[in-house]
Ligand binder design. Structure first.
Ligand code: NI
Ligand code: MN
Length: 227
């Protein structure tokens, strides 16, 4: 079973799971780091971690053009449904089986107000178990929390975590997160979009390599990693 992870810049990820296109937090139009235009992106499902504008991004227009279903928490799912977008509501700790795999919503320490000020409920991350039994953890925007070790107990093949600081974990806490998650591979995201969250991802990867058993992969926007 092939799994291709693509980083589109900032917190925007794409998973190609045996041909199923799963887009996460599609932020292209106003994203200075974006490697693609929203109308170039294909999607079968769109996963949304929280309500902030840099994560909801272009999700409404991409969902309407592609017919993709949104997967997110109840509050954000309702917000999408009210705009005519098909959405499946889950909530923290709950999992659901989709054709491409099983998606569980995980804890995230962050905010979640939607762009129009609506209540976006609690932010989340995603633990995706593909139909080929690969486990990918997409942390979303979050601070460090000790229960990352519980997520790590699931046996992660890949963790995608923020390192940008200011809004999320910075490099030091992200390194601690790697130690709790114990994934086989880690990809740093949510950094260097703007000066405020500029980070030396290669230097961070060097620390991951020397202090953990996890293999880091530093991508440029538009680059992919095949698991
Ligand atoms: Ni955010
Ligand atoms: Mn963000």
């Amino acid at each position: 079973m092939a799994l291709i992870y693509t980083w589109y810049g900032h917190g925007t990820s794409g998973l190609d799971i045996d041909g199923s296109k799963v887009l996460v937090d599609p932020y292209f139009t106003d994203n200075p780091a974006a490697s693609a235009k929203p109308n170039e992106i294909e999607a079968d499902y769109i996963l949304i971690t929280h309500g902030h504008g840099d994560h909801v991004g272009d999700a409404v227009s991409i969902a309407k053009r592609t017919g993709a279903s949104v997967v997110t928490n109840f509050e954000i799912a309702t917000w999408f449904q009210n705009q005519g977008v098909e959405a499946h509501a889950q909530h923290l700790g709950g999992g659901h089986q989709y054709p491409f795999g099983y998606v569980k919503l995980t804890l995230a320490l962050h905010g979640s107000a939607l762009p129009d000020g609506s209540d976006g409920g609690n932010p989340c991350g995603f633990l995706v178990t593909t139909s080929g039994h690969q486990k990918i953890y997409l942390a979303g925007d979050t601070g460090l929390f000790g229960d990352m070790s519980l997520i790590g107990e699931e046996g992660l093949d890949l963790a995608v975590i923020p390192i940008g600081d200011n809004y999320t974990m910075g490099p030091d806490d992200a390194l601690r997160a790697v130690k709790l998650l114990q994934a086989k591979h880690v990809i740093p995201v949510h950094h260097s979009t703007w000066e405020l969250i500029e980070q030396d991802a290669d230097a961070w990867a060097g620390r991951v390599r020397s202090e953990t058993q996890t293999e880091p992969h530093v991508l440029q926007p538009g680059e992919s990693f095949t698991l």
